[in-house]
Design a protein. Structure first.
Length: 199
């Protein structure tokens, strides 16, 4: 049923996590993003950039729960808890910026089709200066938003409509008519220009 759904595109509110996380130079930080049940089998990835449509992929899961690593960054998908965990190690000032938890789903690349994503702003503070030997404090996991019974994102958004079905309906009812309309306009203009010239 579409009741209470409105226009719910694939990816709307299907991924949640912390908006801001802070780490200390030389230490590690952990970011956890949660996703809906519908995305259990998809690859997840962590990328960097101001916009989710134009970010550089850093590390990606490979459809398993095994940890994947790229340099100082690792990623793990825990399907049982529907949680994506990213760890950035040995932080430095250049690591500060805009990052995204994302789910690899898109098979048609246009302005309507986007991978579900959640933006995380990472800040890095300088390590405290001490004259004694420096000790490394254990990483503090980023605070994760609590989902209460009334805010259960896995059941409240588009109830009863799988996201793949929504995307298919979007393709049929929006993209296809738009494409046919543009094609018809091109043919009509071409015909109108051909007519007087032919005479």
């Amino acid at each position: 049923s579409w009741d209470g759904c409105g226009l719910c595109f694939p990816g709307c509110l299907s991924l949640v996590g912390p908006r801001f996380v802070t780490g200390t130079t030389g230490d590690s930080l952990t970011v956890r993003c949660r996703y809906e049940q519908d995305y259990k089998g998809y690859n997840k990835y962590w990328c960097r950039g101001q916009y989710d449509t134009d970010c550089n992929k850093i590390v990606e899961t490979q459809g398993t729960e095994r940890e994947e690593r790229s340099g100082r960054v690792s990623i793990r998908d825990n399907a049982d808890s529907l949680t994506l965990t990213v760890t950035m190690e040995n932080l430095n000032a250049a690591d500060a910026g805009s990052y995204w938890c994302k789910i690899q789903t898109v098979w048609i690349l246009d302005e309507w089709s986007r991978d579900p994503s959640f933006q995380v702003q990472v800040s890095v503070s300088p390590a405290p200066r001490t004259t004694t030997r420096r000790t490394t404090h254990p990483a503090t996991p980023a605070t994760f938003p609590t989902v209460t019974a009334g805010q259960n994102f896995s059941t409240n958004h588009c109830p009863g409509v799988p996201l793949s079905t929504v995307h298919f309906l979007l393709l049929i009812f929006l993209k296809l008519p738009l494409f046919l309309g543009v094609l018809g306009a091109v043919l009509w203009v071409s015909r109108c220009q051909k007519g007087p010239g032919g005479r």
